[in-house]
Design a protein around this ligand. Structure first.
Ligand SMILES: Cc1ncc(COP(=O)(O)O)c(C=O)c1O
Length: 394
């Protein structure tokens, strides 16, 4: 069952709709706080690093940092963003399979977070540009993770990490290179709702433990789907970390923010082909997850009508894949009525695109009393401001 929006948040949304252009993202900050508290409680003996790719708005990061949550990043830009939000070096972890020399040089200037090395080449490059850095080595657990294939980073055929048979040797190589090898990182994938995946990983790690010995850090990544109960998963993860003699780190992204966010879009067209469509002012450029991962978010009307019907919800792109949801039963809207697309707080605004010259939507957060601007809506002329309209040569 999806998490329902509270009546006062729905009311605040209706008021906001009259003040800002659609489409826009809106977040219930109280839900972020509740989910963060739930994860902090379940993992009270672990360190939490929020995967900022899920929703990187600076104001959100400031709230999470104040709640004692670190930042997990995957690019130089995300590290610098975390520093702007006030994070200290030891509160930031940098992941990602590619760390170009220019990014490492910039980190040497800006401050070096804990790095997750993705393989032997990555270790060597880190040692060259950031000698003595604190490093975790990423494991590819080679498991048939149950999620969309684009999100299953822990499968053996993905490009991530070092396979179990090679991991101890590559870890030892990191020490030879003079790096501070702190521990092991493993991220199974995203949007995991099958506890069997978490259990299978524990078995892989338990088998590896005899060959690895003590570690300072065991970072088990993120991936907690919205149906997962962190309190049910945490004890086994903590027990395993203890057997490694390690501190447990986890990196939830989606779980902290997804349910707090909605995308609000207006209906500007009705169409019957072989299916019945509502045509919205938001589609794949505002919210990419349906097109990219086949996500089918729940939808709620922000209007009333007595007649009901079932619709597919399509966006304004000239692509048949630009459908945000299918077979949604709704009161029949009038032109200009608005819908709230739920579970859009993670990988929503963060992935919005300017493809087709659609400006990215504004983002606002409700704290129970007022709306705070998290990102102003983009404006059209800004979309071509970096383009040359006169000849310019290098
Ligand atoms: C290394 C790493 N950690 C954490 C996460 C967060 O995942 P999720 O948002 O599913 O919790 C991701 C996202 O895929 C990731 O790549």
């Amino acid at each position: 069952m999806p998490h329902e929006l509270s009546p006062d948040f729905m009311q605040a949304l209706r008021e906001l709709m009259e003040r800002v252009p659609t489409p826009f993202y809106a977040y219930d900050l109280r839900r972020v706080r509740a989910q963060t508290a739930r994860y902090r409680e379940a993992f009270a003996q672990a360190r939490l690093f929020y995967a900022i790719k899920a929703n990187p708005r600076l104001r959100l990061l400031e709230h999470l940092r104040a709640a004692g949550v670190g930042a997990e990043t995957v690019s130089l830009g995300e590290v610098l963003r975390a520093y702007v939000a006030g994070y200290m070096l030891d509160e930031v972890v940098l992941n990602g399979p590619v760390k170009p020399p220019a990014a490492l040089e910039e980190l040497a200037r800006a401050g070096v977070p804990t790095l997750v090395a993705d393989g032997e080449d990555d270790l060597a490059r880190i040692a060259r540009y950031l000698p003595g850095a604190r490093v975790l080595l990423r494991l590819n657990p080679d498991l048939p993770v149950d999620t969309h294939p684009h999100l299953a980073t822990g499968r053996g055929d993905s490009q991530f990490g070092v396979l179990p048979e090679d991991w101890p040797g590559v870890f030892a190589r990191g020490r030879e290179l003079g790096l501070e090898m702190h521990g092991l990182h493993v991220h199974l994938g995203s949007n995991l709702n099958n506890p069997a995946d978490f259990a299978a990983r524990l078995e892989v790690l338990e088998r590896l433990r005899v060959r690895v010995g003590r570690l300072e850090v065991l970072d088990l990544g993120g991936g907690f789907g919205l149906e997962m109960d962190p309190a049910a998963l945490a004890p086994a993860m903590l027990a395993l970390a203890r057997r490694f003699g390690a501190e447990l780190w986890v990196e939830p992204g989606r779980a902290l923010v997804a349910e707090a966010g909605v995308l609000v879009a207006r209906v500007w067209g009705f169409k019957e082909t072989r299916r019945r469509y509502l045509l919205l002012d938001a589609g794949m450029t505002a919210f990419l997850r349906p097109a990219l991962y086949g996500a089918r978010p729940p939808v709620r009307p922000l209007y009333q009508a007595s007649e009901r019907a079932t619709f597919d919800l399509a966006g304004p792109a000239c692509e048949s894949g630009d459908v945000l949801a299918r077979d949604v039963e709704l009161p029949v809207p009038r032109e200009g009525d608005a819908l709230a697309i739920l579970e859009a707080g993670a990988y929503g605004g963060a992935m919005s695109l300017t493809y087709l010259d659609h400006p990215r939507p504004g983002e606002y957060a409700w704290d129970g009393e007022r709306w705070e601007v998290w990102r102003r809506p983009e404006h059209l002329p800004d979309l071509w401001k970096d383009e040359t309209d006169q000849p310019e040569y290098l």
